[in-house]
Design a protein. Structure first.
Length: 287
């Protein structure tokens, strides 16, 4: 099993079919005596946990971290998914908000968050006598700015999807073939990712974003982010969902009223729509 630091050589190997990649990741997991999966409830970590459970049974444990930066809806989803898979599951509390380096929201904020996570997972692994910690990183994640990968490398966390060459599309395809209910679930990132770098992360801001996104989800929107810019909320929706928002005055009135009650005086719809890592554009501008 390769740690994150050796993935580049793996990525350069000849292309494999999905079947071959599936056989490879199962073989890699089979080589381990036991695994703890950092289980967020997203499609990537769900697939890793499902495969680990299939290969190792009770020797695979999914662990979900509960904190102020994780929406309650995701905690509920992780519990339901673990039950769907039939895997052992544990919820622990992490406290990245106690770290001033995290609250300051620097460009490497994710590094501090993941360090808190992996340190706690290492304690659980030691207590449970588990030999390996796995995450859900896939090869597409390597192309974006993700300082959390540095923390994974430092803590010796393994990325089996990367080692087997899985990109996001292949993760979804195998998840669909395995009949995992979240195979087409939109990507999810922590609530702190909605706050521009350099603007302090606070519990109040995180709560505002969570409630704002919960409203949009309740209105039937699927792929979305609410970016927190002080008293301005910038909504990102999937391109296919934007016309439904723009063409419905009642929906816009409901959103403006609820958002104002949360503390957002101004609500705008981003014309570029939803895209991963949109706040990272500011980092490129500064280079």
């Amino acid at each position: 099993m390769l740690p994150l630091g050796k993935i580049n050589r793996e990525a350069n190997k000849p292309l494999m079919t999905l079947k071959q990649k599936t056989e490879k990741i199962k073989s890699l997991i089979h080589e381990m005596d036991s695994v703890l999966v950092a289980f967020s409830g997203g499609v990537d970590s769900t697939l890793v946990l499902a495969l680990a459970h299939e290969v190792l049974g009770k020797n695979a444990l999914g662990v979900t971290a509960q904190s102020a930066s994780v929406p309650d809806r995701e905690m509920k989803a992780s519990r339901e998914l673990a039950g769907e898979i039939g895997a052992r599951h544990l919820v622990i509390k992490t406290d990245e908000m106690s770290n001033p380096n995290y609250r300051a929201n620097p460009a490497n904020r994710c590094y501090h968050c993941k360090s808190e996570l992996y340190s706690n997972l290492k304690k659980i692994a030691d207590q449970e006598n588990i030999s390996h910690i796995l995450n859900g990183t896939n090869t597409d994640d390597l192309g974006d700015y993700r300082p959390g990968l540095d923390s994974a490398r430092e803590h010796g966390v393994h990325s089996p999807l990367v080692a087997a060459g899985f990109n996001k599309q292949e993760v979804r395809e195998l998840s669909r073939m395995m009949e995992l209910s979240i195979w087409n679930k939109p990507a999810m990132a922590c609530l702190s990712s909605r706050i521009p770098y350099g603007q302090p992360v606070t519990a109040e801001k995180l709560s505002m974003v969570e409630q704002a996104e919960d409203l949009l989800l309740s209105l039937g929107f699927k792929q979305l982010r609410v970016r927190h810019h002080g008293d301005l909320a910038r909504i990102e929706l999937g391109q296919s969902e934007m016309p439904r928002y723009l063409g419905n005055d009642d929906t816009q009135k409901i959103v403006r009223k609820k958002f104002k009650a949360l503390g957002f005086e101004t609500v705008v719809l981003d014309p570029e729509g939803y895209r991963m890592g949109s706040l990272n554009a500011a980092l490129e501008t500064k280079k």
